[in-house]
Design a protein. Sequence first.
Length: 254
Amino acid sequence: MALVTVTKEGAVATVTINRPDALNALNSEVLAELEKIITELDGDKEVLVVVVTGEGKAFVAGADIAAMADMNAAQAKAFAENGQRVFGARARAHFITVAAVNGCAWGGGMELALACDMRFASTKAKMGQPEVSLGVTPGFGGTQRLPKLVGPGKATYLLTTGEQIDGARALELGLVNGVFEPEELMPKVKELAEAVAKKGPTSLAMVKKAVHEGLTLTVEEGCKLEAELFGKCFEGGQGNEGMKAFLEKRAPKW
């Protein structure tokens, strides 16, 4: 049985962590399959949006504790670096990623959601970084991405208390973009994904690049990057086509 599955509908792909008996917990095998799929999708330029979710009642319960319990320091560091590489590949890929948090997203599961460009949650979702309760820190980027998303004070609170929050609280903190009833989550997320996928392919990739790289730049440096990426939208003619289509009151032909 595949531990990670992928389905494609036009320009939208859905990636599902498929280990429901273990609440989709992340181990080395799951990470390897996820990395392979990300690489394959990044090579498919027809895919513009990727929805990430979990099979069954969980999004991802976290990294597999049983697999980590007997690790030494060197093994733990290597495991963290592996997860960071896989999640980083998702952040660097050309497509826009949208997490559909259908259930518990703890530890590595929350970090997987944080590595996506947008996040939407079910009203039954539970999110949190409980690693300190196990005597460790997050290892897959949680200490770095969470503060950038919600601010250092709120992030430190969540990281040091390990508090679990529901979808409504996650929305209040700015951790997710929206919250839906369980039966509405996937239809609403796919509706959004399909709407995004109709936009200019180059402009989507350039917006993602500008946002991600801009987080580490000064405003002046970020604006310089933005101007460069704005120009790239015209290199293949997509910027010209989009503007001509607007002026001619017709749908653009990307």
